[in-house]
Design a protein around this ligand. Structure first.
Ligand code: SLL
Length: 152
C-alpha cells in the first residue's frame, strides 16, 4: 500500500460513558446499582463507520464475556453493574488503512465526584456522564485510506 508522504489526517472522536441509577424491580432483584452505556462515537452525531470497522470493549472480569466486540454502529455496550472500573477500548480501522488498532482507556464513572457548584446535592435522576474528546491522527495514510477519509 502506497503511503502519502508528509500528510496527516485527523479525525475527532468521543468516547466515554453515561450512567443512571437502577430503580425499582431491577435494582431489587440484584446487587446492581446502575445501568450504563460506554461508547465510541463521532462528534455531533457524525457516523464514524466509514473509517472505524470494529470496537472492542474489555470490561471488568466480574462480567460474563468481558470482551465485547461491536462490528457496526452504534459502537457501544449497554450494561448494568455495581462498581466503577477501567474499560480498555480498542478501535480497529478500515482494512485499507493498514493501521494498527488504537487503544484508549476509560474509567467507567457511575457516581458524581463533585457537585456542580450550585451548592445542591446531585439530583438522583440526573445522569452521570464522563466523555472524552480525542483526535485520531493518521500519519502518512495509505492512498486508499486517504481517499476514504477525504470522501467523508
Ligand atoms: C470495585 N474495582 O471494586 C472495582 C470493580 C467491578 C464491577 C468493579 C459486575 C456486574 C456483574 C460489576 O458491576 N463489576 O456481576 O455482572 O469497585
Amino acid at each position: 500500500q502506497k503511503r502519502m508522504k508528509g500528510i496527516s489526517v485527523t479525525r475527532p472522536l468521543i468516547y466515554g460513558n453515561i450512567a443512571n441509577p437502577l430503580t425499582g424491580k431491577k435494582a431489587a432483584e440484584s446487587d446492581h446499582t446502575h445501568k450504563w452505556t460506554v461508547c465510541v462515537r463521532g462528534v455531533n452525531g457524525e457516523d464514524v463507520s466509514y473509517f472505524i470497522k470494529k470496537v472492542q470493549f474489555r470490561l471488568h472480569e466480574t462480567y460474563s464475556n468481558p470482551l465485547r466486540t461491536i462490528e457496526q454502529p452504534p459502537f457501544e455496550v449497554n450494561e448494568t453493574g455495581w462498581g466503577e472500573f477501567e474499560i480498555n477500548i480498542k478501535i480497529y480501522f478500515h482494512p485499507l488503512a493498514g493501521e494498527k488498532p488504537v487503544q484508549v482507556y476509560h474509567h467507567l464513572r457511575l457516581h458524581p465526584y463533585e457537585d456542580d457548584g450550585s451548592g445542591q446535592p446531585w439530583p438522583k435522576n440526573r445522569p452521570v456522564v464522563s466523555y472524552n474528546y480525542d483526535e485520531i491522527v493518521f500519519n502518512e495514510p495509505t492512498e486508499a485510506f486517504y481517499q476514504i477519509l477525504s470522501e467523508n
